[in-house]
Design a protein. Structure first.
Length: 133
């Protein structure tokens, strides 16, 4: 995994569709809801454009996001959490998401967010591992 500018990116050992499916299954298995899946790649094709496989998965649970919004309601612009599953020009599949620690800094959530953020960070690492390994 790597982190750059608030993003965490991990290479998947699986293709795009399988990585996306594995992520959704892992998320549901821990009680998270999948709110939406947007297939940017297919949407591009449907519009006569080209884009490598790119899927956005929006997911979460109010018990995770609400405490952050209680500290700063504007943090809701980055909630619920999402992951982007995308293929690079060489055909490798990657999964990228916002680092929860970055969200704390971006929205000035302070020390009141530590427990929630730590739980979200730990949960994200497990979900990403389940999807990509």
């Amino acid at each position: 995994m790597s982190s750059n500018d608030g993003l965490v990116t991990c290479r998947s050992q699986h293709g795009n569709a399988e990585t996306s499916q594995r992520f959704c299954v892992a998320a549901r298995n821990v009680g998270l809801s999948i709110f939406a899946q947007i297939d940017h790649g297919q949407n591009a094709v449907d519009s006569g454009l080209e884009l490598r496989p790119t899927r956005l998965i929006i997911f979460g649970n109010p018990r995770g996001g609400t405490p952050l919004m209680q500290l700063n309601q504007v943090s809701g612009i980055d909630l619920p959490f999402k992951v982007l599953v995308w293929d690079d020009q060489y055909g490798a599949t990657w999964l990228t998401y916002n680092d929860p620690e970055w969200l704390v800094e971006r929205h000035c959530l302070g020390t009141g967010a530590e427990t929630t953020t730590r739980a979200i960070s730990d949960g994200m690492k497990k979900l990403v591992s389940a999807a990509t390994r």
